[in-house]
Write a protein that binds this ligand. Sequence first.
Ligand code: M6R
Length: 356
Amino acid sequence: ETGVYEHFMLKEIDEQPAVIRNIITQYQNDQGQLNIGQHLQGLKIPSRVYIVACGTSYHAGLVGKRLLEQIAHIPTEVHIASEFLYDQPLIEGDPLFIFISQSGETADSRGVLDQIKKQGFRTLTVTNVQGSTLYREADYKLLTHAGPEIAVASTKAYTAQIAVVALLSIYLAEQKGIAGSIDMFQELRTISTAMDTLKDMKDKAKHIVDEYLTDQRSCFFIGRLLDYAVCLEGALKLKEISYIQAEGYAGGELKHGPIALIEDGTPVFVLITDERIAKNIRSNAEEVVSRGAKTCVIAAEGLHEEGDQWVLPRVHPLLTPLVSVIPMQLISYYAALQRGCDVDKPRNLAKSVTVE
Ligand code: M6R
């Protein structure tokens, strides 16, 4: 039931702060400590992690890599399941394979799980669906507790996956005796408050759609580092439901080719949440503006400048995707709505892709 909402997608976008709070409740004991370990009994600290996933879950994996590397100091690779299946990298030692999947039924990911299990490697599934195939067949499982996600375009599953991998990273860091000073539950509470603010900025999203995307056939999302990972997700969201061709690009790569596509009025969404590269991405934005692009800057508080269109609340630097994705989800939603697209059931797509 969509209730007061016209579409599941908008309902699911709005549920995100509550999902983050639910994840905190699920993985915190009465003493306020992380209890994720009860789902990971007997798990030895891996020397390396391979994350395998598709689509939006793959994009969550790109963020997960940074969390595992920077919090738990475990080298992590992220792979697209359908590529890994036929091009398995050389695997050394005793790694852990993490499958991220909302549905737990994605055929490409299931194919890799089968392949990896035959080779005797350890597996962990992060999924939203208890009892799904990937849930049942992995050695370890963590639920994302996001509640059913109905819209084909994944929204709350993405943020939930990142939050759960963040808690997993803290657990692994604790096990290694290197837990730093991050109070992840506190950081996630801050995130849920920031999400509350952002999800209510629907008029801003509509205004941006009217101003930047009306009658446009293509656009760019540019960012660097974690912002780049979120740009890939923003571009996927926009293209799958509004059918506007959207490219997520690393800011520094534009001059190596795609800048040739910039014309008068080409919309370019610029994401800036990392102080270290704020200057660099601003100069990438200037490069496209001087070739006629119309930039819409989404920037974190403190890094914003006059003329930026959307200012994001400041959160922990490793968790910025949890907030920066929300404007992109809303912009995609209103762009699809403006075009009269079938928001919850875009053409050619299924909620869970059970064929290879
Ligand atoms: O159920 P899964 O997370 O394994 O699904 C993976 C992709 O098919 C899925 O994320 C897809 O990309 C979504 N439609 C994106 O919104």
